[in-house]
Design a protein around this ligand. Sequence first.
Ligand code: ZN
Length: 134
Amino acid sequence: MTPPDLSDPLTGPFWQGARAGELRVSWCAACDRAVWYPRAHCEICDGALHWRTLSGEASLIAWSEVSAALNPDFDTPYLTGLVSPREAPYIRLVTRLVDCCAADLRCDMAVTVRFRELQPRDGAAFIAPVFAPA
Ligand SMILES: [Zn+2]
């Protein structure tokens, strides 16, 4: 697996944020809303985007325990989920869920960001935002 490219103009600021302990999403100042996934311009007004650091507070929308390795890069089992950030509840972040087991999880439960080093089987470790029950 190729680790995230911190110099990539489109996604680098997200990964740089993770290394700095910040959850960042691309944001349109004109629309005053998050634009996710990152793209070159706002999907609504075509305006320029910048990066905004969020609180890391979010709600859990959905989750799954991965027990069969669809992606060979990571050992199973692990929990993956969709979360909606408090400041931008209309977007969904695909993430890893940590410090919990599947039986702990409930729809709309409060979760908070953590930063963990993920180690692919083949490739360099990298820091990623993950979420845990608040
Ligand atoms: Zn816009």
